[in-house]
Design a protein around this ligand. Sequence first.
Ligand code: FNR
Length: 228
Amino acid sequence: MTEANDVTDVTASGGPGALRVLVLAGSSREGSVNARLAALVAGQVERSGAVADLARIRDFEMPAYDGDVEAGEGPPPGAADLRERLIAAQALVIASPEYNASVPGVLKNAIDWVSRFRPQPFKDKQTLLASASPSMVGGNRGLWALRIPLEHLGARVYPDMFSLAMAHSAFREDGGLADEGLRERLAATVDSFLALAEADTRYLCLQRRWYEFLGDESSAPVTQRAED
Ligand code: FNR
């Protein structure tokens, strides 16, 4: 079993044609436990032979969404940058805090802005959700809330999620997880997700169309919110 333990230099890249994964920490805070978790995920991505593009939500500055601003000036540069990073990646991992049992406003705001681009870049994106919190449930409720806009936008959100409980005491000084069982679980979750993302990205015969309900045609107006 590989160990999601090291804080890896994620500037190292995989081989030619390697899967590229945007790993986004949903907290802007210096010392964020979610940023630390994102760094561990990025390390595991690199160990698996893929390329990790590690980012923080604060890298993408955007005002609160306003339809008049969009109509007058278009999406802000931060939203355009996030869109580019998303397009460049075949898979997405978000490590996000839970705020009041839901999605942090700054992350939801970024999703809202980026969803305005066409083609809509979340559509069909293989996505893994993770969270860290000082609480006993590790911010997991926030991930269920985060699923809603992402699945609405056609992202293929991986069924398993990783939530790190008691996160303020879960890390060793070197940045790795103190608990061996959790290290193994994080590594296994990331590896399984990457195997699916790889298959979905590489093997066209496995690609499925996004259906909102049985019998729906993806070109029907009802699904255009997830379309290009
Ligand atoms: C929190 N926090 C929190 N934690 C939790 O487990 N469930 C919750 O509902 C909330 N709600 C909440 C709301 C707001 C506005 C703040 C600022 C914080 C605590 C949160 O998990 C803790 O501050 C984490 O350390 C935040 O993640 P980062 O910034 O360390 O990644």
